[in-house]
Design a protein around this ligand. Structure first.
Ligand code: GLN
Length: 487
């Protein structure tokens, strides 16, 4: 059952090949047996999952149940879940039980989806390797010595190891697309505002966006359908109408134009990644897609720009964790200052503290104009570059990551090296565009991904192109060879 796609699971439930309770029990058992190896879950919510599965079976029996009713899902531990711990992988929230559900969580529950639990991640979604979690590093199912990518590394590892059929994730600078690429999955970060951020713990609010971690584009379309839409509880969610994402999946892509940014295909590009990307482009051209070179002249500034803006927003967002309102509180504070200082010192990990320091610095009087304001201006330039490019092309194509998964612990001494991991993904968040990573092959046994970037609200086009690619290739169907068979 754990190898079936969301579509097959939905059919199996309708045809009563298995019930939602059986399906849920199967995945819970898999998590119990295998996750000691991957550490992809922080919390498994067995009881509530079985209760939800029973309710889904009743709905299925009554007929008219939504497409994904009864199908299990895992949520990144950044989404608030009522009554179930939401830790954001931080000691600060180790004991936090949210009094409400994030809109993403409640939307999926309304569709009858069954939440198995909460997946591991980098602390407060800050990281690219899933090594900053308070609950320990996540292992890549393709090679457990290696990182799965981050920050949605738990969601990626859990889906890649078939511990859940699909998972939710979030992407502020690449946190869906990068782990998807490193774990051989399809990861979709929609347009900023496409999915409500209500109840998704804030990191950098002007870039945070929820999205999907699945094996295929077809599944991403089904999942996005349950998540997308305006939410009165999030003023930045878009009122833009939500199309039927599955309807256009098989549309002809003949005549569409893809742009290859020269800046992303430079001599530094890893030769294996380059060769696999060229082969994938070739598959698309065989379906009638035109390829042109484009330029994104300011894209080289995207990493430094992000590392001014994201920490600035994070330092503001994280000021709420003060030991008074939520989460961790130090023992026996002598006064209010001591309470703040010790609580935050004990509750936050090293990377989060680094971001708070950078953010506070760039927002401080005297440096605000030099750093924060300047970064906002560069952000506009990067956005304009994309807008101009989309005057001539339908989709922009580039690698998802500069390398494949690397050994756990091998890059911990150099945070800047780690930040450069997001070279290809961060510009998309600065501009607020939709981006997607799809598997295109393997290099030395480790998965490689390719990124498709669309114009605003053109998720349909990305899903369509990815699906057409996946109808003629099988990379998205491959699983790590060391996955244990059977149960
Ligand atoms: N790796 C980036 C960072 O550390 C992006 C993280 C994300 O997308 N949440 O900030």
């Amino acid at each position: 059952m754990h190898d079936l796609s969301l579509t097959s699971l939905s059919e199996g439930l309708r045809q009563k090949t298995f019930s939602s309770v059986e399906l849920t029990q199967h995945f819970l058992k898999r998590i119990k047996t295998h996750d000691t190896l991957y550490n992809s879950f922080i919390t498994v919510s067995e009881d509530t999952a079985l209760t939800a599965a029973k309710a889904a079976d009743v709905r299925l029996a009554a007929g008219n149940a939504p497409a994904l009713c009864g199908v299990p899902i895992a949520h990144k531990d950044i989404f608030c879940t009522q009554g179930i711990r939401t830790s954001c992988a931080s000691k600060m929230l180790d004991n936090f039980i949210s009094p409400y559900d994030a809109t993403v969580v409640s939307n999926m529950a309304k569709h009858g989806m069954v939440s198995l639990g909460k997946t591991n991640m980098d602390e407060f979604a800050m990281g690219s390797s899933n090594e900053t979690s308070y609950y320990g590093a996540v292992k890549n199912p393709w090679n457990t010595e290696c990182i799965p990518g981050g920050s949605s590394g738990g969601s990626a590892a859990a889906v890649a190891a078939h511990l859940c059929p699909a998972a939710t994730a979030s992407d502020t600078g690449g946190s869906i697309r990068q782990p998807a690429a490193l774990c051989g999955l399809t990861g979709l970060k929609p347009t900023y505002g496409r999915i409500s951020r209500f109840g998704m713990i804030a990191f950098a609010s002007s870039m945070d966006q929820a999205g999907t971690m699945t094996h295929s584009a077809e599944e991403a379309a089904l999942l996005l359908q349950t998540m997308a839409g305006h939410d009165p509880k999030d003023s930045t969610s878009s009122p833009h109408s939500v199309p039927d994402y599955s309807q256009s999946l098989s549309n002809d892509i003949n005549g569409l134009t893809i742009g290859l940014p020269t800046e992303f295909f430079s001599a530094d590009l890893d030769p294996n990644i380059r060769a696999l990307t060229d082969a994938a482009i070739n598959e698309l051209t065989q379906q009638g897609v035109n390829v042109v070179e484009i330029s994104l002249p300011n894209i080289d500034l995207s990493v430094p720009t992000y590392y001014v803006l994201a920490p600035a927003e994070a330092s503001t967002n994280l000021s709420r964790f003060d030991g008074v309102r939520y989460g961790h509180r130090c023992n026996n504070p002598i006064d209010l200052n001591d309470l703040y200082k010790r609580t935050r010192n004990e509750g936050f990990g090293e990377e989060v503290k680094r971001r708070i320091l950078i953010g506070t610095y760039v927002l401080s009087a005297g440096y605000y104009d030099a750093y924060y304001q300047q970064a906002l201006k560069v952000r506009q330039l990067i956005k304009q570059d994309f807008t101009e490019a989309f005057n001539n092309v339908d989709v922009i194509l580039c690698p998802s990551t500069p390398s494949t998964a690397y050994p756990i612990g091998s890059r911990n001494d150099d945070p800047v090296q780690m930040y450069l991991e997001d070279l290809y993904t961060i510009g998309v968040n600065l501009a607020g565009l939709p981006g997607m990573s799809i598997p295109i092959g393997q290099s030395d046994g480790l998965p490689v991904g390719m990124q498709l970037i669309g114009n605003y609200f053109q998720e349909e086009r990305l899903l369509n192109m990815a699906h057409r690619y996946q109808t003629v290739t099988e990379w998205h169907l491959q699983s790590p060879s060391n996955l244990s068979e059977g149960s």
